[in-house]
Design a protein around this ligand. Structure first.
Ligand code: GAP
Length: 460
């Protein structure tokens, strides 16, 4: 398997991902997705939405605000508890997450670190809204998309007339002032999440939780992750958030270079049974109860977030199952799993990203076999136009010999290379080269659109 360094180098070289604010020395924990990266990331999000929203009939979508009224995060518990314990080194003045620093590590100022006692550090980004920047105008950049879903539960319920069970899906940016952003796009300060809050009758939650764990694991496999690189991790009782009844994390083998197999895996997604904690915090007259017993009766909410159960004629607070996935981590996992170095023949190795065709940033490259033949070139341009018109991201390239052109496309995961040659001019057929097998097939230009749609497996 590939390690992160090779992926980082490919990402920069081919325009997938660049350091954020690089022009000015960078801004730690931020990354910019370039021309190919944005396509890949968009395709990951599309594949998620397709699988979790369009292929089911029990889901609605939402796109809620990034800026949140501070009360949302007061009653969610984030203001009081969304923090990591942090230590400072008195010698080098660097700051570390207490659970991630080795006190015996060498300090740049000599000897080992001289660490302070751990202190909580709130991870939320605070800002102010409106023309006056004071305490009364504080807002937060959301640290998860989930809270936007909880506070809109009633709006969605009333506007759609859904009955339990049903879910709300949302994709969007989240912000956390991580103390030590690291490992490329694995731990960053600005990232995207794909979250579902699935509302069920209390009592049906455990079965539903298991179903979501299976469904979510299968999504990764459907879009190309090898099953041996995915693991399910059942959080132990002492690891669970105080409100969670159970959480199963989906781990991916992000760090294959680590000698101990257990340490190679880390979280790409968490699937939690959050009980009715969130709705009971945010509902009018409800109450937030923290792990340490502190209570915050909700005197500010404007609506009851209850569900009327027609069977029992009662209003109740549904339980919530929450599959919460990081877009950036999922994108990284798909890239890492797809990356191969293959010896084509002795001394000749190709790099190929064997991405699922639906995720590939470019679907088709149209390549003229001879760049000095005007008929071949103009036919290639015509084919490109047809494919673009059909909605496939298509490129044309004639800046090198055909072998090199193929390799360029392999490296960025383009599943199909359409080559226009002399035979094309005679019988209107082209060769379609398969990225993974390198096998070539002769296809009529008239059939190309259908052929590619079928191979991608989606019609979007
Ligand atoms: N609403 C639940 C929630 O936010 P989480 O485990 O804190 O749960 C869910 O986050 C997912 O979001 C993680 O599994 C991970 O993929 C992603 N994520 C969280 N923090 C991240 C960070 N700093 N950088 C990149 N992705 C992150």
């Amino acid at each position: 398997m590939v390690d992160l360094d090779k992926i980082i180098s490919l990402c920069k070289r081919r325009g997938f991902i660049f350091q954020g604010s690089e022009q000015y020395g960078g801004l730690q924990g931020t990354w910019d997705y370039g021309p190919l990266g944005v396509e890949l990331k968009n395709n990951v999000k599309k594949a998620w939405w397709r699988y979790n929203v369009y292929e089911r009939d029990d889901m609605e979508g939402l796109d809620s605000s990034i800026l949140l009224n501070r009360l949302v995060l007061k009653y969610s518990g984030h203001e009081a508890t969304f923090s990591d314990p942090m230590v400072d080194c008195r010698k080098c003045k660097k700051r570390f997450r207490a659970d991630q620093v080795d006190p015996n590590e060498k300090c740049s100022e000599g000897g080992t670190h001289d660490l302070t006692e751990p202190r909580p550090f709130n991870l939320m980004f605070k800002t102010t809204y409106g023309p006056v920047a004071d305490e009364n105008n504080i807002a937060y950049l959301r640290p998860e998309t989930a809270q936007g879903i909880f506070i809109n539960f009633k709006n969605v319920l009333d506007s759609t007339n859904r009955k339990l069970p049903f879910g709300i899906a949302q994709i969007g940016k989240s912000f956390r002032n991580e103390i030590t952003p690291k490992n490329f796009i694995f731990r960053v300060r600005e990232f995207e999440q794909m979250e579902i809050e699935y509302f069920v009758m209390p009592g049906e939650d455990e079965k539903c939780h298991q179903e979501w764990v299976e469904a979510r694991k299968n999504w990764y496999i459907r879009y190309g992750i090898k099953p041996e690189n995915i693991r399910l991790y059942n959080q132990k009782k002492e690891e669970l958030a105080h409100y969670a009844k159970a959480t199963v994390d989906i781990h991916y083998r992000f760090f294959p270079e680590r000698p101990e197999e257990d340490k190679q895996f880390d979280e790409v997604e968490g699937v939690a049974n959050r009980t009715d904690f969130d709705l009971s915090c945010h509902t009018k007259g409800g109450k937030l109860v923290l792990a340490d017993g502190r209570e915050f009766p909700n005197t500010d909410a404007t609506n009851k977030l209850t569900y009327f159960d027609p069977k029992t004629n009662q209003h109740l607070l549904p339980y919530v199952i929450e599959p919460s996935c990081g877009v950036d981590r999922a994108t990284l996992a798909f890239m890492m799993d797809a990356y191969c170095e293959e010896e084509v023949k002795e001394g000749d190795t190709r790099v190929v990203l064997k991405l699922h065709p639906a995720l590939a940033p470019i679907k088709v490259a149209v390549l003229p076999l001879k760049k000095n033949n005007e008929d071949i070139k103009s036919t290639a341009h015509k084919i490109k136009k047809i494919l673009l018109g059909s909605g496939f991201r298509t490129v044309y390239d004639d800046t090198a010999g055909i072998g090199k052109l193929y390799r360029r496309q392999d490296e960025v995961g383009t599943p199909f290379c359409v080559t226009v040659d002399f035979q094309t001019l005679e019988d209107n057929t082209v060769t379609v080269r398969d990225r993974d097998t390198m096998a070539q097939e002769r296809v009529a230009i008239d059939d190309l659109k259908e052929y590619i749609a079928k191979r991608i497996g989606h019609n979007d």
